[in-house]
Design a binder for this molecule. Structure first.
Ligand code: SAM
Length: 221
């Protein structure tokens, strides 16, 4: 039976309800709207240089740092492995790539990393400079980079409103490819532009799949 999910918040809620992660890390918490889906029993670490979370859920540590600074000394993790992570910080693809690589390094091998904004709407909302309310930036290139340079990972993008949610599984915390080949990856992927994604079959290019819980549930279970 089909179980369509329309928004990324709807998908995030389902994933929290299913997995009930012990440790959830969110990069980019802003006002804490996406933290509302975290279930009792989950410890939260939120990282954001300008957090505006008025009432954090119980068991939450908000670290007011950039993600790069946080991962230089991720004390708030307390040495625990991440079960579920959501990368929703600075919407520049190479920053998101670093965020995903750093999250993976501190994740459990059966953990899940989610990446917001991977199915862009148009050239303006996918530009690196923000000029619109809905802004995905060029985060879609992170998915292309992972699929090209980390074929051992399973990376799909759920087609949920407004701009998709990538699901990364098959994590290997010992893998150093992104760190070791970072300059090469940036040089190659930076050459991609809007024309490439506009012309692409997104199911092949991004691993775009329907936002349907019947299909997505097994990926994150
Ligand atoms: C789109 S908002 C996050 C929204 C939130 N996840 C939600 O769904 O309710 C992006 C956030 O990323 C934060 N941010 C910007 N640069 C960052 C960085 N280098 N590291 C971590 N967070 C960053 C911004 O301050 C902003 O609050």
């Amino acid at each position: 039976m089909r179980e369509p999910i329309s928004t990324y918040y709807g998908l995030l809620r389902r994933i929290h309800e299913l997995r009930r992660p012990s440790l959830y890390v969110e990069i980019g918490v802003h006002e804490g709207h996406s933290l509302a889906f975290v279930q009792p029993g989950t410890r939260i670490v939120g990282v954001d240089p300008e957090p505006k979370v008025a009432e954090p859920p119980p068991n939450t540590t908000i670290v007011a740092q950039t993600s790069d600074d946080f991962f230089a000394d991720p004390e708030a993790l307390g040495g625990a492995a991440i079960d579920l992570a959501f990368a929703d910080g600075l919407h520049w693809w190479e920053q998101t790539l670093r965020d995903v690589a750093n999250l993976e390094r501190h994740s459990s091998p059966d953990g899940v990393i989610l990446i917001h904004d991977c199915n862009p709407i148009d050239e303006v909302t996918a530009a690196r400079e923000r000029t619109t309310a809905v802004w995905s930036g060029d985060v879609w290139k992170t998915v292309v980079a992972l699929r090209r340079f980390r074929p051992d990972l399973q990376v799909v993008v759920a087609d949920v409103e407004p701009t998709g949610l990538a699901i990364v599984t098959g994590l290997d915390p010992t893998n150093t490819v992104v760190f070791d080949r970072y300059d090469e990856i940036v040089a190659e992927i930076d050459r991609l532009g809007w024309a490439d994604i506009a012309a692409a079959d997104r199911s092949e290019f991004l691993g775009l799949v329907a936002g349907d819980w019947a299909d997505l549930r097994p990926l994150v279970a």
